[in-house]
Design a protein around this ligand. Structure first.
Ligand code: 5GP
Length: 181
């Protein structure tokens, strides 16, 4: 699951995972400090040196720099029969696609720029940061549209989660890999 900041990916991912026990959500590493009030389990918050050591020892499936901070997915270790879900930026999704060509990429978009800006403000980002994130968002949306198998607009959380659940089920059926015995 990919898409620009402020589109509500995190909310959708949480809801989707809560409703589907076969999804296994990866926990990313980041050098970004926690935001005020942010759940301390949202990421593995690490310093730059620790991140670089992990990356350089081959411990990351993908990684990216986003607005001066590093983010990366540790090599996944899901339980058997689980489907791995990553919530990552578009640069990361491009890398995952190279490693796993059949990875399904869903681009999540906000219904409008205003809604996206509002969401960024609500979580405590200052105006300068909001403006930078919106600039990056334009580029991410363009690159994401070229990469994505599906585009989901987060206009209504219930509706968007239902659409995501349908996408997951459709790919399970198509792959035939994950049928419960
Ligand atoms: P935020 O600082 O808002 O939590 O995350 C910034 C961006 O980094 C978001 O687009 C988020 O999806 C992305 N991100 C989070 N974890 C990872 C990761 O492990 N790898 C990559 N490439 N991007 C990530």
């Amino acid at each position: 699951m990919s898409g620009p900041g402020g589109v509500g990916k995190g909310t959708l991912v949480k809801r989707l995972v809560a409703s589907d026990p076969r999804l296994w959500l990866s926990r990313s590493w980041t050098t970004r400090p926690p935001r005020p009030g942010e759940d301390e389990t949202a990421y593995e918050f690490v310093d730059h040196e620790t991140f670089v050591r992990k990356r350089d020892s081959g411990g990351l499936l993908e990684w990216a720099e986003f607005l001066g901070r590093l983010y990366g997915t540790p090599l996944p270790d899901p339980p058997p029969d689980a489907d791995v879900l990553l919530e990552i930026d578009v640069q990361g999704a491009e890398q995952v696609r190279r490693v796993y060509p059949d990875a399904v990429v869903v681009l999540v978009l906000a219904p409008s720029r205003e809604a996206q800006a509002e969401r960024l403000r609500c979580r405590g980002d200052d105006e300068e940061h909001v403006a930078r994130r919106l600039q990056v968002a334009e580029l991410e949306e363009r690159a994401g549209r070229l990469l994505a198998d599906h585009v989901v607009v987060n206009d209504d959380v219930d509706r968007a989660v239902a659409e995501l659940a349908q996408i997951v089920e459709a790919h399970r059926r198509a792959s035939g890999r994950k049928l419960v015995k």
